[in-house]
Design a protein around this ligand. Structure first.
Ligand code: TPP
Length: 495
């Protein structure tokens, strides 16, 4: 591997980046990508998502005057390139470590980090707030950009943001980073809709031909661009037999374009930069881009642990699989219970692999529901199924379950419906830091009527609690248990 980083070494801030020519940007992207792979091979973190947005990250800081202009990342697990370009190249080796730089962007760390990141789907709402504030505080020249993935776009908060974007005067740019993946494969109606936009081959062919022809004739000047874009979208709606959902909400839609082509992405962002009104740029990117093992198995390489950068071989913390993780015990126990009780169903908001519900999902695909990044919906959906005779196990990470607080009270506990909420990653979670610690659930849930709250002292108790919770008459139960390994070696099944 060539480890020379001539361009990256010159960059201490985005100002340095803006001194490069557009023609130098592909090389910079290659260097940045290599740096991320090398660093993460010894100091683990979120790899595949950061690799996928290298070009977009470079293009955004190249075109926009950050930090005056605002880039709002969604989740922030894809922002390692952003950290490296914004003054944290030398401290990136401390990422996620005690006293090191933070796991997710936060304004507490850098003026380039515009908002709290960690929980998905808040970028559109936060960026809209900033775009409105810019107008009202005399910063009319400030550009505000929200960068949101297709997975995060499935979250209810993102939809609420979009709904509001269309009704408040603002110049927000939303960049939809569409890689067909959440952590696992992205699911749901929005995903299918985006795929349809992406794969409308007739439209894409026509668009390419038309834009080449218009360029060659010298017709593609700024005045004409707006008309052409409208024509584009009308054409797309006609060809896909669908109205564009964003256009339908008065958010002008552009795309899909190749977000892994840095020069093209710069060109498009330059065009959209000073366009008034809300707009959405749909980019298609490849999760894990440029690192073959990550491109091939993006779920595993979302956060792969340590690995050999040359061979792509992952290095386990220890060769000893025991004690099993609480997650593994949860997954195996759920399948056993479901085999015995046909009313048991599983619900996960976008974390089937993380919580191990994928074990039941593979064995009983029609009895497990991955509802996307939608914790509130997951809780209410489970309650609806419980109301009419099913026995749902709804697994939510404790920190993300904060999003479902009202749903648990209003839709499950008040009626004492038999839903077993399993709160994974309860307590301190280590490297993912304050946004991911599951430390508020006990205080939040203790006052809730009807609800039984319990916490196993080991993985055997987890199994027993799961068994007891699904017995008739138990009502709404929350079982909270920690991340990672249990304590039992041979007798995890507690027979
Ligand atoms: C509220 C909430 N639920 C779940 C998660 C866990 N999570 C982190 S990243 C991610 C997938 C995000 O997918 P997408 O937005 O498409 O970004 P990509 O990783 O594909 O770039 C999920 C589910 C989270 N961070 N926040």
């Amino acid at each position: 591997m060539n480890n020379i980083s001539e361009l990256l070494d010159q960059i201490s801030s985005p100002d340095d980046l803006r001194h490069l020519s557009v023609a130098q940007l592909p090389e910079l992207c290659a260097e940045l990508r290599r740096d991320i792979v090398d660093e993460l091979s010894v100091n683990p973190g979120h790899l595949a998502s950061s690799l996928g947005v290298v070009e977009l990250t470079v293009a955004l800081h190249y075109v926009f005057s950050t930090p005056y202009d605002r880039i709002v990342w969604d989740v922030g697990h894809q922002a390692y390139g952003h950290k490296i370009l914004t003054g944290r190249k030398d401290t990136f080796c401390t990422n996620r470590k005690l006293h090191g730089i933070r796991p997710f962007p936060t304004p507490m760390e850098s003026e380039y980090d515009t908002f709290t990141c960690g929980h998905a789907s808040n970028s559109i709402s936060a960026a809209l707030g900033m775009a409105v504030a810019a107008r009202k505080t005399g910063h009319d020249d400030r550009h505000v950009v929200a960068v949101i993935g297709d997975g995060a776009m499935s979250g209810g908060l993102a939809f609420e943001g979009l709904n509001n974007v269309s009704s408040s005067p603002n110049d927000l740019l939303i960049v939809l980073n569409d890689n067909d993946m959440s952590i696992d494969r992205a699911v749901g109606g929005m995903e299918k809709y985006l795929l349809n936009l992406d794969t409308n081959a007739t439209y894409n062919r026509l668009r390419d031909k038309a834009s080449k022809w218009l360029h060659s004739m010298g017709y593609l000047n700024d005045d004409r661009r707006k008309g052409i874009i409208r024509l584009n979208n009308a054409l797309k709606s006609a060809l896909s037999h669908q109205q564009n959902v964003f256009e339908g909400m008065n958010i002008r839609y552009f795309g899909p374009f190749d977000g892994n082509d840095v020069c093209e992405t710069v060109r498009i962002l330059e065009q959209l930069k000073n366009m008034r009104g809300p707009k959405l740029l749909h980019l298609h990117t490849v999760k894990g881009k440029g690192y073959e093992p990550a491109e091939r198995e993006a779920t595993i390489w979302h956060a792969p642990g340590k690995f050999d950068p040359e061979t792509g071989e992952r290095i386990p913390d220890t060769a000893d699989p025991y004690p099993l993780k609480y997650q593994e015990v949860f997954g195996r126990t759920l399948l056993e219970l479901a085999e015995a009780n046909p009313n048991i169903v599983g619900v996960t908001p976008a974390m089937p692999t993380g919580c191990s519900m994928d074990i039941m999902m593979h064995a009983m695909p029609d009895r497990v529901f991955d509802v996307g990044i939608a914790e509130g919906h997951a809780a209410t959906f489970a309650a609806g199924m419980a109301k009419d005779g099913l026995m749902p196990f709804c697994n939510i990470y404790s920190a993300f379950a904060q999003r479902a607080y009202d749903n648990i009270i209003h839709d499950a506990a008040i009626l004492n419906l038999p839903v077993v909420f399993c709160f994974d990653r309860a307590g301190l979670v280590g490297e993912d830091g304050p946004t991911h610690h599951g430390v508020f659930d006990i205080a939040a849930l203790r006052p809730v009527p009807n609800l039984t709250l319990c916490s196993p002292m080991d993985e055997c108790e987890l199994r027993r609690m799961m068994y007891t919770a699904q017995l008739p008459g138990m009502g709404t139960v929350v079982i909270r248990y920690p991340r990672g390994k249990g304590v039992k070696r041979d007798d995890w099944h507690c027979e």
